[in-house]
Ligand binder design. Sequence first.
Ligand code: UD1
Ligand code: UDP
Length: 385
Amino acid sequence: MTRPLRVMTVFGTRPDTIKMAPVVRALAAAGPAIVPIVCVTAQHRQMLDDLLALFSIVPDYDLDIMRHDQSITQITTRVLEGMEPVLRDAKPDVVLVHGDTSTSTAAALAAFYAKVPVGHVEAGLRTTTAFEPFPEEMNRRITGRIASYHFSPTSRARANLERENVAPADIIVTGNTVIDAFLAVAEKDVAFEEPAWAGLDYTKPWIFVTAHRRENHEKMAEICDALAEIAALPQKPQILWPVHPSPHVSPVAHARLDGIAGIKLVEPLPYDVTVHSIKRSMLVLTDSGGLQEEAPCLGKPVLVMRDETERPEGIEAGTLELVGPHHSAIVGATRRLLEDEVAYARMSRANNPYGDGRAAERIVAWLLGRLRAGTMPAPFAGTRS
Ligand code: UD1
Ligand code: UDP
């Protein structure tokens, strides 16, 4: 009889926790063939803890690395150092990391140093410049280089990896696990008394906003000024912005927008309240990666406050539009969607190129298939080049 496969998941920020939660759940449901092990880095302490509670995840290891105003170097070194004894103790056969955070890249590197094969969930997203988004584009390229198994959300992501000479047999198109998480919470309703919505007028359009990217820190004031101008438009749209706790975001947003009529800044929202806030909104203004995948599922147009996106599927589908972190483009595109019903209808056709909500199931089925075939754990494979 084959011995069970010890599968460690590593995550620690808001987005990778949301997107790994379905994988953690599917691994736990796989039965005796898999021993699931959860290691959190706590790159995001409070936002992680809220999500662990929401998804009922109890980690086996917690590196507790978050520091106020941490640098990328600090995150990377703390995760690398923290993972070494954890890997020695847990002895996983495979380590699964997610996406493009510094948690994922440092954990992948730690696994490589321990000669444990890495599976990369949400593999193969690419932009054309290493600095957009920064440092995420380089993070995911490095993780892709280290990984032996690549779980890609779309066939376009697969093609990106094939162009980088990753062996086709090591790429598995699964859909994006964010859809698994999103659909699970979108089904459950959230009470209208939700405190984050207090004072919002249900008869006026809502705009849901998030912004946090490191390359946009210098642009945060410009983004805020654009929001103030939007709130003053004749339609009087209401802006709901759960503000990221980063010291490069929150103080700027509050200093420039507190007290402006129609703008409501709140603390980061629980994931289920976020999903239902998007549902109630007319459109989304964001520089987030995950929201570019979630909002189109609900037919909500997304104005992306970045100059380039690694999610071109949404641009092609017509549900995403790049406006950059630029004042006039943000206001212009928002005004057009508020005024032009045809333009709004075109962008709001529900479209979901990112999966059917069964991505995590496919990842686990693939791992089990490899286990049964006796080809897991594999030695480090890397790429062919
Ligand atoms: C990180 C990821 C980014 C991801 C984003 C999601 C890296 C390099 N960046 O960026 O890819 O899109 O998370 O939000 O991995 N903080 C708190 N409490 C929290 C979380 C953060 O106080 O629960 C504050 C801390 O002061 C922390 C700062 O926010 O130092 C920034 O967090 P950090 O993880 O370094 O960067 P993000 O911009 O969140
Ligand atoms: N999100 C949340 N609460 C909020 C804002 C966002 O739960 O107040 C969710 C959002 O729905 C998405 C994820 O957090 O699933 C996106 O995380 P973030 O924007 O921090 O990171 P990115 O996606 O840019 O990597």
